[in-house]
Ligand binder design. Sequence first.
Ligand code: FMN
Length: 162
Amino acid sequence: MADADLGRRFRDVMGHFATGIVVATGQHEGKPAGFAAQSFLSLSMEPALVALAPAKTSTSWPKLRASGSFCINILGADQKAICDKFAQTGIEKFSTFGWRPGVTGSPVLDGILAYIDCDLEVEHDAGDHTIAIGRVRDLAMLDSTSRPLVFYRGGYGQFKGL
Ligand SMILES: Cc1cc2nc3c(=O)[nH]c(=O)nc-3n(C[C@H](O)[C@H](O)[C@H](O)COP(=O)(O)O)c2cc1C
């Protein structure tokens, strides 16, 4: 298969895997930083570990890495505007959204479904991304009645179950 064809099929096929959307946040030199991501997973129960895959092009991830911690904010269905803002690069992202610092100092955004606040345990190289493994310091459900923001085949939707 030609490389270009593989790239297109890779995107198309992977798009059939529905995910939630998170915003990974941190504080660097007193300023909040963060970016939208779908590549997030629960990794280990004992110890409690999660994994996030930052692109090597991310300008926010090096700030989170330098701080040694990051917080995963799970977005609700009504928070697409937050996703849109945090999917942009090189702009100020926090001024229009409320937040408070979690135990690691990383921002916990207002109105999210849940958060997982972590220390960066280790980071592995993975092609044009890395795999950042976080050791959970604190986590909480903040809203279990709202629906999650779901990403599927390049578009946003809402979970209809429960
Ligand atoms: C639905 C969606 C999923 C995304 N998933 C990831 C991801 O898993 N990892 C990643 O590094 N970037 C992901 N991105 C892209 C980043 O949000 C985007 O490149 C952003 O501009 C990075 O900002 P930064 O330069 O401030 O780090 C995703 C974007 C969208 C819209």
